[in-house]
Design a protein around this ligand. Structure first.
Ligand code: ZN
Length: 298
């Protein structure tokens, strides 16, 4: 059997036909940035989906979207980067494509991909921590995604890491994502570059996590210091999550995790011995594959 997976992000929506093993057989994408409202995004997605459904006849549709999702009713309640407001996405897609349709948030879909056909198929208890613009997460307990009564569990970016830290949009202060996100890493690198204008890091004008890792790889001690501090900070947060959930593994995903072993090397030495860190096996396709798996497991 095959399933249509749809991964809706702030800039693009990816669509793919995925088989039972998580292999993407066909794919396409549409831009979501600049579209004015939820209806326009749904229209764009349906137009892109039609030829895939026509050709491959998937058994069901799974959708992963950024934002807060009412999984039970298939509604996107609110999504930071997308103009969705109480958008009944499942009902619209199901009616247009005549297929059973299921919806969850993108982080839950990404963990589901890893748990069903990725790096943690051997784990009943696992966490995913996404290190991107912010820090996000997902929780698998006894083989099932844990979402909480209001679908808001897993906000790993928003536990207090420093009570004297900067105010956060969530209402707390000094949240973990201010220290562990890709944004935080780039900010730390830019500060270090200003303090050391002759360094390779400064010459690289770091605007991405990758630029910081590349400078360290080139032997820049300033970049190395930034990454050493970042690795320790990340490990402190992961150790706290470990103590609370005691998962069999923690899967890292998102922009910073793309650094792979270069990230693990600087994080693992600071972790508790019972922590097992793994890297997402699907990189940017985890959300798409997981959305398809959401349809499969129903
Ligand atoms: Zn916060």
């Amino acid at each position: 059997m095959t399933y249509l997976g749809i991964d809706i992000g702030g800039t693009t929506a990816k669509l793919g036909i995925v088989d039972d093993d998580g292999t993407i057989l066909a794919r396409t994408a549409v831009a979501t940035a600049g579209l004015q409202d939820g209806a326009a995004i749904v229209d764009a997605i349906l137009q892109a989906a039609a030829p895939l459904v026509e050709t491959h006849r998937p058994a069901a549709v799974g959708i992963g979207s950024a934002g807060r999702i009412d999984v039970q009713n298939g509604v996107v309640l609110r999504a930071g980067n997308l103009p969705f407001q109480n958008e009944p996405l499942c009902a619209k897609v199901s009616a247009a494509l005549h297929l059973p349709t299921f919806l969850d948030n993108d982080a839950n879909c990404a963990l589901l991909a890893e748990a069903t056909c990725g790096v943690c198929t051997d784990c009943r208890d696992a966490l995913m921590v996404t290190l991107g613009t912010g820090v996000g997460g997902a929780i698998l307990i006894n083989g099932t995604l844990y979402r909480a009564h209001n679908y808001r569990a897993g906000e790993f970016g928003h536990f207090v890491f420093d009570k004297d830290g900067p105010p956060c949009v969530c209402g707390l202060r000094g949240c973990f994502e201010h220290y562990a996100s890709a944004t935080a890493l780039v900010k730390a690198a830019q500060t270090a570059a200003e303090e050391h204008p002759d360094s390779r890091l400064a010459a690289a004008k770091p605007h991405s996590a990758k630029a910081v890792f590349d400078a360290a790889e080139d032997g820049c001690p300033v970049a190395e210091d930034v990454l050493a501090a970042y690795g320790e900070t990340l490990a402190l947060g992961l150790n706290s999550l470990l103590k609370i959930f005691m998962p069999q593994c923690i899967v890292l995903a998102g922009g910073v995790a793309n650094a792979g072993d270069a990230l693990l090397r600087r994080t693992t030495p600071h972790l508790l011995p019972e922590a097992e860190l793994r890297l997402s096996s699907f990189a940017s396709d985890a959300g798409l594959i997981g959305a398809a798996m959401l349809a499969k497991i129903q």
